[in-house]
Design a protein around this ligand. Structure first.
Ligand SMILES: NC(=O)c1ccc[n+]([C@@H]2O[C@H](COP(=O)([O-])OP(=O)(O)OC[C@H]3O[C@@H](n4cnc5c(N)ncnc54)[C@H](OP(=O)(O)O)[C@@H]3O)[C@@H](O)[C@H]2O)c1
Length: 268
């Protein structure tokens, strides 16, 4: 698949991976519809997309609201005549032990954005994507396959997303629509950590937590995701070697627990 003049919807495009993905698509001549809640940040990303050689419109709303997602799909179709690619990327995280969380609302919020947000966007965009035999992509996480301490609600939401996409792929077999699941490990340069829910349900804010040695740049992650969409791969794990972790969960789960706990302690 070439992205020249293709209509691409990116959710969570106001910062981090979504913003870099949008610019990468634009540099390949795509026509973008950018979605998130912060309109001024979306406008700035759209400007960068136009400067990179693509077209871009913005639509402000929440992935948790099916009605906003329907309006998003309508805006993309009205502007570009259809949708070739959806990248369901919007997400939010947490950083707290379960037994210290003060309420369960943050678990509902994580499901509302990371799981239901993707379900809403896929539901709204699927008829248009089917018409063009396009691609549904969602940004999950390697945490959709393995346990990670301090992230119970996030891990659960990404496991739900993984199950949804794997099943949807089978249902869409024969329609010409492919489902690509992107599973990044830690990424540098996003708002995910400062914006994560803390034990009191408030945002963690800027901290001095170190990043993992394994963390990946947004540009490298974005390039790997675009390559996977071009090839209509089922799944892309970034970096590639982390594909071993789900295997380790099967054959040596205690060893995996020790490795992941050690990593989380190093990150403070
Ligand atoms: N950072 C990592 O280490 C890492 C690792 C693996 C996977 N991921 C995944 O990568 C994706 C992108 O995250 P990121 O790291 O780039 O973090 P980020 O910089 O915080 O970006 C998250 C994006 O999601 C949007 N968003 C959040 N809630 C939303 C809602 N209700 N409706 C619409 N948009 C919403 C945010 O925009 P607004 O606030 O403007 O709405 C923002 O554009 C997420 O799915 C995340 O789980 C990240």
């Amino acid at each position: 698949m070439s992205f020249e003049n293709k209509s691409v919807v990116v959710t969570g495009a106001s910062s981090g991976l979504g913003a870099v993905l949008a610019e990468s698509f634009a540099a390949r001549g795509a026509s973008l519809t950018l979605f998130a809640r912060r309109q001024p940040d979306l406008e700035a990303v759209a400007e960068r997309c136009r400067a990179a050689g693509g077209k871009a419109i913005v639509f402000a709303g929440s992935v948790s609201e099916l009605d906003d997602c329907r309006k998003l799909a309508g805006a993309a179709e009205a502007e570009y005549g259809g949708i070739d690619v959806l990248v369901a990327n919007a997400g939010v995280s947490m950083w707290a032990r379960f037994d210290e969380t003060e309420d369960t609302q943050l678990f509902r919020d994580l499901i509302d954005v990371n799981y239901m947000g993707a379900v809403n966007c896929v539901h709204a965009c699927l008829p248009a994507i089917k018409a063009r035999k396009g691609v549904i992509t969602a940004v999950g996480s390697i945490q959709g396959k393995i346990p990670v301490p301090l992230h119970t609600g996030y891990v659960a939401s990404k496991h739900a997303l993984q199950g949804f996409l794997d099943t949807l792929r089978g249902e869409l077999d024969g329609t010409g629509v492919d489902v690509v699941t992107a599973l990044p490990h830690w990424l540098r340069g996003t708002r995910l950590r400062s914006n994560a829910f803390a034990k009191d349900g408030e945002r963690v804010g800027e901290g001095r937590r170190g990043h993992s040695k394994e963390s990946v740049s947004l540009e490298a992650c974005s390039e790997a995701i675009l390559r996977a969409i071009e090839r209509r791969d089922r799944e892309v794990v970034i970096p590639w070697k982390l594909r071993l972790l789900p295997w380790l969960k099967l054959i040596a789960p205690r060893m995996l627990d020790r490795i992941v706990s050690g990593e989380m302690k190093r990150q403070g």
